[in-house]
Design a protein around this ligand. Structure first.
Ligand code: KG4
Ligand code: ZN
Length: 334
């Protein structure tokens, strides 16, 4: 039975996990840096990198201790090697390389987006390739056809802001602080999604892509007008964003020319933690008569289990690892 250590440090979560090929998450630990970045209203890269230096070694020790296992029990070490804040990425990647070298095991340089993209399969053994994936995080908003580890076809992306970024900016405008997504979702529950007229950029457009910049500007105007309750703005923003996502995905499901039939719609990434987003996508999948999958909430936001699992998928596919001089990649499209 194969065992992989996963390490994540691309943004503001330091995390370590041990995962097995039978999809058991043997142990996982996460240290959020939320409190350190809170006063600045967003992630400060230098603070993040330093915090990863402090947090990761005890987290890695803790997962081995909890599992009653040792580094030598691992078949490979997988660490996020991009995309993300380069200082933090380098911290986790270098630790991963050092541990792999010490154990004489392969080092797997993991694309963080691949971690998100394959995360639904960690929880759901029945999820087979290919599937249509909406990948929505703080930095990305993409529709992908996932054919297998390392095999992705990008069908759509955002021409300006990512969806998570739009949630974070709306939160900031409403004075909800950082991180914004969960706060907007909570406040939206108390508001009327029809109260504030907001645009749905690119709705019905012939091109497949997303755009959220116009929605963000409209939220700014709505806040500045002083005419609306914050909860109504949050609810109206969330509904407008969901309408855009459903429209774009509906287009992809209807028009994309797939070689093999797509039987599942899957969502992953931080914004996939949003219950209203999940419900809207589930309804869309039902309308198209395909199944719908979303990872459990904790696997949607950044974590190391999904990095270990992406490593496992590659390992099981016969990947023998990356060279120890692999360079961290601040930008790394799937
Ligand atoms: O995947 P993730 O943890 O980190 C990145 O790789 O970016 O995603 C973080 C993003 C943030 O923009 C955060 O506000 C958003 O996901 N997010 C949410 C929710 N939870 C996290 N957005 C909407 N509703 C949520 N419940
Ligand atoms: Zn992420």
């Amino acid at each position: 039975m194969a065992l992989i250590l996963g390490i994540e440090s691309s943004c503001d979560e330091s995390a370590a996990a041990l995962v097995r090929d039978d999809r058991t998450i043997v142990a996982h630990r996460l240290a959020s840096q939320e409190a350190a970045h809170q006063p600045y209203g967003g992630v400060v890269p230098e603070i993040a990198a330093r915090a990863h230096v402090e947090s990761l070694p005890p987290l890695i020790s803790a997962v081995f201790e909890e599992a009653g296992l040792e580094l030598e029990d691992c078949d490979a070490v997988a660490a996020t090697s991009g995309p993300g804040l380069i200082g933090g990425v380098m911290v986790g990647m270098v630790m991963g390389k050092a541990l792999a070298m010490a154990a004489g095991k392969p080092f797997l340089a993991i694309n963080h987006l691949e971690g998100h993209a394959l995360s639904p399969r960690l929880d759901d053994a029945s999820l087979q390739f290919p599937y249509l994936l909406l990948l929505v995080s703080g930095g990305h908003c993409q529709i992908l056809r996932v054919d297998g580890p390392g095999a992705y076809a990008r069908l759509a992306t955002t021409i300006d802001d990512a969806l998570g970024e739009a949630f974070d900016k709306t939160a900031k405008l409403l004075g909800l602080g950082y991180p914004g997504g969960p706060a907007v979702e909570k406040l939206a529950r108390e508001g009327d999604p029809k109260a504030v007229p907001l645009p749905r950029p690119l709705l019905g457009s012939d091109e497949p892509h997303f755009s959220f910049a116009g929605l963000k500007s409209a939220v700014l105007r709505a806040v500045e007008s002083g005419e609306h309750a914050a909860a109504d703005i949050a609810a109206s923003f969330q509904q407008a964003a969901i309408d855009c996502v459903v429209d774009r995905l509906g287009k992809a499901l209807t028009e994309a020319n797939f070689d093999a039939p797509i039987t599942r719609l899957v969502v992953a990434g931080g914004v996939a933690a949003n219950q209203s987003v999940r419900a809207a996508l589930e309804a869309l999948a039902a309308k198209h008569d395909i199944a719908f999958s979303a990872p459990p909430i904790w696997l949607c936001t950044d974590n190391a289990a999904m990095i270990g699992w992406a490593g496992m998928e590659r390992f099981l596919a016969g990947d023998t690892g990356d060279p120890l001089d692999f360079k961290a990649r601040p930008r790394w499209p799937l």
